[in-house]
Design a binder for this molecule. Structure first.
Ligand code: GLA
Length: 450
């Protein structure tokens, strides 16, 4: 057991968590009833606003992990449009990717948000209004026409900013203009805000991040709120307060930036595996851990490694935010990104994040309880066998279902989520399950409870 916790106990914890499922708003109701009796409508309204402001985000968004496309991992801070006309951070890049998201079938598969990451700003705010200004050369029309285009083709629009004095790439941050900036985002029809944490005091974040979330809410425009707050705390050796985070943010970056390599994917897997006891229980509808972007379609991952990242991210209930050049994604990688069965695992309505449950001969087993659930509270499971081996041949490994934590006496109907001939039949707890995993690859199955 990697976590040192027996599997049954781990799953019992998951069930316990499920049973205590909540919407952050529910806890306010008794207080509201009490006051409603004694004060008039206006008073109730004002109080509602106050409680809402005081108690958290509660914006009803991101009930399943957000899916979309973001510029950073692939396009970084390329700003020279003469040298890199198809790659520079510009209106053209985001229009092109919005169109590709729709025309290449990604939108039909569930990808929805087109998110501008860093390097979209002028170096200075507007002199008179102090408003943020999009780079005048690269976004000559401002952001509204781009937002309109994104909305007109059925997508949603996301934007990066930073809580500190500057973004990580050195453009102006929100810290001294939070109200104005929240309002400006609403005017620009933003649907998703990624708030980074460079050039800020970590000790201020516990106040600052919730405050910006409140200001976003106060605009009246629903905006998904992605916070980088815990990543900065973890980096500084501080323990994030996940209970507070999930009240104030729809998702949060837990740890380091992803880079275009298997090594980076493996480090993130290890981080989430090692720290799962304190991280995993906090994910759920409306509030997600974020292990960072999908690399698929870029330079660093092989076909098998691409399947690996997609499978493990869906086990982790991760936001599926691609960062790639959608015009250059090879067909076999596109198939992985659009694999409906794998996406369904990621988007499972229970929203229970999975865990690394065991490791044998360098084959890690990652497992996630999903729907359907039968009446005796037995879940179905998505189970990924992730190979950390690089000795050339595919590695054959055998587990009983019991070893995998699958105890339903009536058994499970097993389906391979990556193969077309996918039906493997019925397996019961005492049965052996044999799989053969390619080096640095994955096999991925759904065990539907009977
Ligand atoms: C930080 C974030 C990245 C990206 C860059 C932009 O490193 O973690 O995801 O947004 O800043 O500068």
């Amino acid at each position: 057991m990697l976590s040192g916790v027996p599997q049954r106990t781990q799953h019992a914890q998951i069930y316990k968590f499920m049973n205590s499922y909540h919407s952050p708003g529910l806890t306010h109701r008794p207080q509201l009833r009490m006051y409603r009796a004694s004060i008039g409508f206006l008073g109730t309204f004002l109080l509602l606003q106050l409680l809402h402001c005081g108690m958290g985000l509660d914006n009803g968004l991101a009930l399943t992990p957000p899916m979309g496309w973001m510029s950073w991992e692939r396009f970084r801070c390329l700003t020279d449009c003469e040298l890199y006309p198809n790659e520079c951070i510009s209106e053209q890049l985001f229009r092109r990717h919005a169109d590709l998201l729709v025309n290449e079938g990604y939108a039909d598969a569930g990808y929805e948000y087109i998110i501008i990451d860093d390097c979209w700003l002028e170096k200075d705010r507007d002199n008179k209004t102090q408003k943020l200004v999009a780079d005048k050369k690269r976004f000559p029309n401002g952001l509204n026409p781009l937002a309109d285009h994104i909305h007109n083709i059925g997508l949603k629009f996301g934007l990066y900013q930073d809580y500190g004095t500057n973004t990580c790439a050195g453009f102006p941050g929100v810290i001294k203009h939070m109200q104005l900036d929240a309002q400006t985002f609403a005017e620009w029809d933003v649907d998703y805000v990624k708030l980074d944490g460079c050039y800020a005091n970590i000790s201020d974040m516990a106040v600052g991040y919730p405050e910006f979330g409140r200001l976003l809410n106060a605009t009246g425009r629903p905006m998904v709120y992605s916070c980088s707050w815990p990543a900065y705390q973890e980096d500084a050796g501080e323990m994030p307060d996940y209970t507070s985070l999930k009240q104030h943010c729809n998702l949060w970056r837990n740890w380091d930036d992803i880079d275009d390599s298997l090594e980076s994917v493996a480090q993130i897997m290890d981080y989430f595996g090692k720290n799962q006891d304190r991280i995993q229980p906090h994910a759920g509808p409306g509030h997600w851990n974020d292990p960072d972007m999908l690399l698929l379609g870029n330079y660093g991952l092989s076909y098998d490694q691409s399947k690996l990242q997609m499978a493990i991210w869906s086990i982790m209930a991760a936001p599926l935010i691609m960062s790639n050049d959608l015009a250059a994604v090879r067909p076999e990688i596109k198939d992985i990104l659009q694999n409906r069965k794998v996406i369904a695992v990621d988007q499972d309505v229970l929203g229970i994040q999975g865990r690394r449950v065991l490791s044998k001969n360098q084959i890690e087993v990652w497992s996630r309880p999903i729907t359907p659930v039968v009446s005796n509270n037995q879940h179905s499971y998505a189970v990924a066998f992730a190979s950390r081996r690089s000795d050339g041949a595919p590695y054959r490994i055998v587990f009983t279902l019991k070893e995998l934590g699958l105890h339903n006496a009536a058994g499970y109907n097993v389906e391979d989520l990556y193969e077309d001939k996918s039906k493997l039949g019925i397996f019961r707890p005492a049965n052996q399950f044999i799989t053969r995993v390619n080096p640095n690859g994955v096999t991925f199955y759904k065990f539907t409870v009977l």
